[in-house]
Write a protein that binds this ligand. Structure first.
Ligand code: TYD
Length: 205
């Protein structure tokens, strides 16, 4: 595969979508074709699954069922959108991916990071990102930006603290494939750091 797969991860309110938009624009200006997408979702079936997992209507959804739904949406997303775009040689920018499941379902829900990772690897036929950008934020700051919360945002602060710790631990294990940035920094400074890293990686690839 000749494309380049970039994932943005981070807690709620870290400013992922702003940075995804800025990176997409910068790469397109350089003549690259970018497919920008998100999880859960990104396909018609995936958007349906998104509705189920995020809706307060399904309060108390069984954690294993929740984990399987995220993995199912991911499998469909990779098969229909991500892998074909990479095969066309495009840059794929995805809001959340496998590490969201590892952090939220594996660590914070206590289902076990290893098993949850293996489930997603099976669902995606082993597709890992080339680079994962973690926008790190204290959940007490991030959640403060929301007034209306979906089912997962409404989880207690401790849940979100575990998610944050999980991302930092994952990044520490594999620094070559991660870039961790402080989400409180200036938007343009964050965008510049991301572009510098991505440009360097693309030149080498
Ligand atoms: P979303 O509104 O997309 O949140 P954000 O703007 O913060 O990305 O909601 C996605 C929610 O789903 C978010 O709370 C994280 C959660 N999630 C999981 O728990 N596991 C997963 O595998 C994914 C992809 C998301």
């Amino acid at each position: 595969m000749s494309g380049y797969f970039i994932v943005f991860e981070g807690g709620e309110g870290a400013g992922k979508s702003t940075q995804e938009a800025l990176l997409t624009e910068a790469l397109e200006q350089r003549g690259l074709t970018v497919t920008r997408t998100r999880e859960p979702g990104g396909t018609p079936a995936g958007e349906e699954i998104r509705r189920v997992v995020l809706s307060p209507e399904f309060e108390g959804l069984d954690p294993r069922a929740e984990a399987l739904l995220f993995a199912a949406a991911r499998g469909e997303h990779v098969a229909r959108v991500i892998r074909p775009a990479l095969e066309r040689g495009e840059v794929v920018i995805c809001d959340r991916y496998l590490d969201s499941s590892v952090a939220y379902q594996g660590f914070a829900r206590g289902l076990g990071p290893r098993r949850i990772r293996d489930l997603s690897l099976w669902a995606t036929n082993e597709l890992l990102p080339d680079l994962t950008i973690v926008l790190d934020i204290d959940p007490a700051d991030g959640l403060g930006r929301f007034t209306e919360r979906d089912r997962l945002e409404a989880e207690p602060l401790e849940y979100h603290r575990q998610v944050r710790a999980a991302y930092l631990a994952l990044a520490e294990e594999d620094p070559e494939r991660y870039l961790v940035l402080d989400a409180r920094d200036d938007i343009q400074a964050i965008a510049a750091a991301i572009l510098a890293r991505v440009s360097g990686d693309l030149e080498q690839s």
